[in-house]
Design a protein around this ligand. Sequence first.
Ligand SMILES: [Zn+2]
Length: 268
Amino acid sequence: MGQISWPDGVRCPVVLSFDLDAELLWNVWLTREPSPIDISQGVYGPRVGLPRVLAMLGRQEVRGTFFVPGAIAERYPEAAKSIASAGHEIAHHGYLHEDCSKLTKDEERKMLIQGGDALFRVTGVRPKGARLSLGKTTISNLDDLGFVYESTLMDDDQPYRLHSEGGKSRMIELPVTFAFNDTSYFAYTFGLPKPFLTPREVEVVYRDEFDAMYREQKYCMFMLHPQVIGRASRLDMLERTVEYMKSKPGVWFATALEVAEHCQHALG
Ligand SMILES: [Zn+2]
């Protein structure tokens, strides 16, 4: 695909997106039943990590996008409201972080409505974007429900138009990468054979990724988790990374929805 033409003066959009999975992260990750210790790492997200993330975004005057499962918005209404009231985007992340490939088309549609209704009841915002464990019918269902974008796939490093059953969709895919994730480097629990990197090491990865995307005029979609990036030393690192990116001309800190809406026009 050719180069997307970004708004005037923009060389590289940057989206800081956060998945507020809370306890549900561990149901997704573990093949065993999550223990009270696993669950407590999840609780750290809305309780400690999120306020720190919101404070940093406020200091840097940058708006982010938060993908929130409906059940988590209901369980932590003050956390969900604090995101919306600070002007950040609220987006769909399932009701219970479902694996859509295990749902029928009808079950999936009901889940999408249930999750969207929960977010609306708690925050007053109807999500226009989604990040889901996609099944075969998900894009078609999201399209029917009027969503603007989806952000889960890893097959490009710039946005592109999605296709649904039977033809072209109006929806935009905002692809992600484990390179701009935090769980790839930091998430850990008993029995999970994963590396645990220092914030300084990850800072180098993030900078190198940004520099290369900036050079190619593609885009950067950070996919972070308040329970992981919200530890103080890691958030200091993220803030240094934000300051570094801000120092370059033509970087557009945007919400996922703003990038997707631009691409709906730019991609024809
Ligand atoms: Zn998630």
